[in-house]
Design a protein around this ligand. Structure first.
Ligand code: NDP
Length: 449
């Protein structure tokens, strides 16, 4: 198995995030391969770590001053054995092939855990939407879709949002797809409610994250009530993670963006959360403005000289990283443990480094990996696809009940798989094993294609 990882590193040495994601899964599934010789004979690891397809394209667009810019567009179809490729689009300056590949790889196992019929894919661009006008974002989205449209479809590949891609971007992307294909289909999820979106889709990742955390606490006879929580990020996942924590009686003391973080000892309440939503979703402002509006909060800008993030050094019971990959390193994990945090639930994808994860597992924290804890988003995207196919929309309470049930079932699946393969209580092993077995069995059923 070490040889497989070495081979992957040699083939694409610059794709560090992809290596990290593969190493975690390979380590977890070793006992599964040891018990099932056919998996080794059929080279399932080599097959599952090579994308079915990688699409890389030029995205030219013009800014409001008439200047031409060129970005890179990506879409990776990682596995289609369980259904059409499904996974978000990320627009962020840091996007490259290795990041999209790690996200596509994670998505395969996550989608498998939801039990819905979805394969795994991911895409995006190194376009940075920050500071761009609505017209510039629209022109970029239209140009992006002018190439992407030939590779996707409701039965082939169904993209959604991710960092930098929310309702506004999905609208512009959908409009261009519809014009080019001359058809109105459920080709994207995360659509606005008035034209095919699902109730609870915007809330789903954050709500699901907290439902999962509540399930973990329940195994210890505890609830979210009175729990002090640290949350990072201030976007879609962070906002609805905060909303559900407050609903379940917890308190939230931090939020962040890529410029810095706020600490509010009195807590982010419902009114302050409404301000955050307006600030981030409508005004598209910076989190520093929170401290100007609520002087009881302290804003700390990012200090590049630090080797840790001070957000994670505050005392709390629970931590919900909801910004981006590798935002908690070993030092941060040490601070969290010292600050008496007992639960970490990943709203973001792979926000914890290997070293930090080892510290959480060694200290027996309740630790939920993103592919389980943030699967609620793609699960409700799956429900959006089902509603689009039926040309029906389900009421809010029905979608929320299904989301809650799916998170409960993922939690149980992880625990059962971890127990069966000798790592009781280890949600990382459980999520990787359960997700892997289902995908690999489907792959073998469908032959060498
Ligand atoms: P948004 O774009 O809505 O918000 C992202 C937030 O994280 C922003 O506050 C952003 O700050 C911050 N952020 C992004 N990059 C960095 C960075 N390099 N350093 C510090 N902060 C950063 O994205 P989402 O909330 O949708 O996504 C957040 C995470 O959740 C991602 O890992 C995503 O893959 C994952 N996820 C999202 C799902 C969804 O349904 N949206 C589903 C499952 C997982 P700034 O504005 O300054 O960039």
């Amino acid at each position: 198995m070490d040889a497989i990882i070495e081979q992957i590193k040699k083939k694409d040495p610059e794709q560090r995030e992809f290596h990290q994601a593969v190493e975690e899964v390979v380590k977890s599934v070793k006992p599964v391969l040891d018990r099932n010789l056919e998996y080794r004979q059929q080279s399932v690891l080599q097959r599952i770590t090579e994308p079915e397809r990688v699409i890389l394209f030029r995205v030219p667009w013009m800014d409001d001053e008439g200047q031409v810019h060129v970005n890179r567009g990506f879409r990776i179809g990682m596995s289609s054995v369980l259904g059409p490729y499904k996974g978000g689009l990320r627009f962020h300056a840091s996007v490259n092939l290795g990041i999209i590949k790690f996200l596509a790889f994670e998505q395969v196992f996550k989608n498998s855990l939801t039990t819905l019929a979805m394969g795994g894919g991911k895409g995006g661009s190194d376009f940075d939407p920050k500071g761009k006008s609505d017209n510039e974002v629209m022109r970029f989205c239209q140009s992006f879709m002018c190439e992407l449209f030939r590779h996707i479809g409701p039965n082939t590949d169904v993209p959604a949002g991710d960092i930098g891609v929310g309702a506004r971007e999905i609208g512009y992307l959908f409009g261009m797809y519809k014009k080019l294909k001359n058809e109105f289909t459920g080709v994207l999820t995360g659509k606005s409610l008035g034209w095919g979106g699902s109730l609870i889709r915007p809330e789903a990742t954050g709500y699901g994250n907290v439902y999962f955390a509540a399930e973990m606490l329940a195994t210890k006879g505890e609830t979210m009530t009175g729990k002090r929580c640290l949350v990072s990020g201030a976007g879609n996942v962070a906002q609805f993670t905060v909303e559900k924590i407050l609903e379940l009686g917890g308190t939230v003391h931090t939020l962040s963006d890529s410029s810095g973080y706020i600490y509010d000892e009195r807590g982010v309440d419902v009114e302050k959360l409404a301000y955050i939503k307006m600030l981030k979703n409508i005004r598209r402002g910076r989190i520093s403005e929170y401290a100007a509006t609520y002087p009881e909060a302290v804003y700390t800008p990012v200090n590049p000289a630090l080797t840790y993030n001070p957000l994670w050094a505050h005392q709390a019971d629970c931590a919900f990283p909801c910004a981006t990959q590798n935002e908690i390193n070993g030092e941060d994990a040490g601070h969290l443990v010292a600050g008496s945090v007992r639960l970490v639930s990943e709203g973001a994808n792979m926000p914890t480094t290997h070293g930090a994860m080892e510290i959480f597992l060694d200290n027996r924290l309740l630790f939920a990996p993103g592919k389980a804890a943030n699967a609620g988003g793609v699960a409700v995207s799956g429900l959006e696809m089902a509603q689009n196919s039926m040309r029906l929309s389900w009421p809010r309470a029905e979608v929320d009940a299904r989301l809650k049930q799916i998170m409960k079932s993922i939690h149980k699946t992880c625990l059962d798989a971890a127990e069966e393969y000798g790592s009781p209580g280890n949600y990382v092993a459980g999520a990787n094993i359960a997700g892997f077995v289902k995908v690999v069995n489907a792959m073998l059923d469908q032959g060498l294609v």
